[in-house]
Write a protein that binds this ligand. Structure first.
Ligand SMILES: *Cc1c(COP(=O)(O)O)cnc(C)c1O
Length: 511
């Protein structure tokens, strides 16, 4: 029976007990694909930062669920009218906040296929292709990044989860049997420490919270003038802690810190780790956080950013950050996966199988059920190819250098940090600012950022460096053309000029 929509727009299937039938699926599916194609083609015309007040989206939608079926098209219409104004467009060419990312075409289609297959890859047997493709595609990524053979990988939702798993493996390797005995109430457990730089991501502390180690177990190490972890300060900290009975659990250097994208000296940290292990006769886990910056190693001329990572116990990098894969997709590589399985494997009778020589990813982490995330990453890598991916990352780095040069050449601006990748930290220090007092500059730069973001034509974020409020402009979207970037830089100049006019004595406010 052929099934167009009825007179109220419902599909025949909506009157029965089954799923949307194939013909209706095809019709709605084509509409959705057209919607996505139009959205991606026109996203650059939308205000990048959602211009809504809190509650505005929710207030415009029914507060109770419909009891009767509704036409699919009505929901799509609400997507356009109600939801889209409340969407901040991460796929927008002028999205430069946090880390600029791209949900690419092949990745979006991969997400659709993952949903269609709807497999749960908890065991090899529950979908052999999901497990084997995950292993394969992570090995491809390992090769693309020039990492050594023998590393094994697992895909998680986020770098936060990947890092938590890595530190759980480190905790397991202490031999303190925390898995069985826990930490609470034990007099035989020393204070454990995780060392990371003062510019490390908050996910390290979150992992410590989750693993029962507490925030106090994370000791942050000062950084040098280029925001890189100081290795002698790290050595001093570990040795000082040793005198007070702390036991080092892990060291977590970052390749591409979140504020400035600085690169900790991983090889020197690895040397120190070896020395300390020898001295203290305890293993110290080396976990490298390259959630964003690690991906730059896909370009041969930037491979050096991962120098030393071959000596790490684990390494995380996010395809959903700088490899054009839709959120979420984080890759964790480990040298000895048995520490993960020793930490997490727990197999109830109903999940036992007699499959030999296979990976059951449920044993590697917290999650039982797992999405088939490898599929989208596989499609992204096949569609662009290793060289195509490298060319795109290279282009973003070139754009970052272009913005850095623009800042350097601008009389009213100053660079606030080096630009090793594609993220630029800078601030306005114009001669007409009320004074060069830090508070005045903070007020000025905040006002500048607010004006730019309110315009809807670009979206930048900020950070704080050495007590200074600075803007961050991140490149990493495949739709950011040079023309668009030129327009964004012009917008920044125009908004700064508008601030100058309003700050001139006696000038009328324009806002
Ligand atoms: C973004 C980022 C994270 C967190 O990534 P999620 O996937 O959002 O958890 C961790 N570390 C660094 C260095 C990052 O840039």
């Amino acid at each position: 029976m052929s099934s167009g929509p009825d007179e109220v727009g419902l599909d025949a299937a909506q009157h029965g007990l089954g799923d949307m039938d194939a013909e209706a699926f095809r019709r709605h599916g084509h509409a959705v694909v057209d919607w996505i194609a139009d959205y991606l083609a026109g996203v650059g015309e939308r205000p990048v930062l959602a211009q809504v007040r809190p509650g505005q989206v929710r207030d415009r939608l029914p507060q109770s669920p419909p009891s009767a079926p509704e036409p699919f098209d009505d929901a799509l219409a609400d997507l356009d009218e109600v939801l889209l104004p409340g969407v901040t467009h991460w796929n927008h060419p002028a999205f430069h906040a946090y880390f600029a990312i791209t949900g690419s075409g092949p990745g979006i289609l991969g997400e659709a296929l993952t949903a269609a297959l709807n497999v749960n890859g908890m065991l090899w047997r529950t979908s052999p292709a999901a497990t084997e493709l995950e292993e394969l595609v992570l090995d491809w990524l390992r090769q693309l990044l020039g990492l050594p053979e023998g590393l094994r990988g697992i895909i998680s939702d986020s770098a936060s989860m990947s890092t938590m798993l890595a530190l759980a493996a480190a905790r397991e390797r202490t031999g303190l049997d925390v898995r069985q005995r826990g930490l609470a109430g034990r007099a035989d457990v020393p204070l454990l420490r995780i060392y990371t730089s003062e510019h490390a991501h908050s996910s390290i502390e979150k992992a410590a919270i989750t693993l029962g180690l507490g925030r106090d177990s994370v000791r942050t190490i000062p950084t040098d003038a280029q925001f890189r972890m100081k290795v002698d300060a790290l050595a001093d900290a570990v040795r000082e802690d040793g005198r007070f009975g702390y036991r080092p659990l892990a060291i977590v250097p970052t390749v591409g810190t979140t504020s400035t994208t600085s690169i900790d000296p991983v090889a020197a940290v690895a040397d120190l780790r070896d020395e300390l292990e020898h001295e203290l006769a305890h293993p110290i886990w080396l976990h490298v956080d390259g959630a964003y910056g690690g991906m730059a190693a896909i370009c041969p001329e930037l491979r050096h950013v991962l120098d030393g990572v071959e000596r790490a116990d684990s390494f995380v990098t996010n395809p959903h950050k700088w490899l054009f894969t839709p959120i979420d997709c984080s890759a964790l590589f480990v040298r000895e996966p048995e520490w993960l399985t020793r930490a997490f494997s727990l197999v109830p009778e109903y999940l036992t199988t007699d499959d030999q020589g296979v990976t059951d990813y449920m044993d590697w982490g917290v999650q039982l059920g797992r999405r088939f995330r490898a599929l989208k990453l596989w499609l992204v890598i096949r569609y662009f190819g290793g060289d195509g991916l490298a060319a795109r990352v290279r282009e973003h780095v070139a754009q970052g250098q272009r913005v850095a040069a623009w800042v350097r050449d601008h009389p009213d601006l100053e660079l606030a940090a080096p630009t090793p990748f594609s993220t630029v930290c800078f601030r306005a220090v114009p001669p007409w600012a009320a004074g060069d007092h830090e508070e005045d500059l903070r007020t000025l730069n905040r006002a500048w950022l607010t004006r730019v973001n309110r315009s809807g034509a670009a979206y930048l974020s900020h950070t704080e460096l050495n007590g200074r409020y600075v803007l961050r402009l991140a490149l990493g979207n495949l739709r950011t053309t040079d023309e668009r970037l030129t327009a964004t830089l012009a917008l920044l100049e125009q908004e700064l000029e508008a601030l100058r006019r309003t700050s001139a004595p006696g000038a009328p406010a324009t806002d």
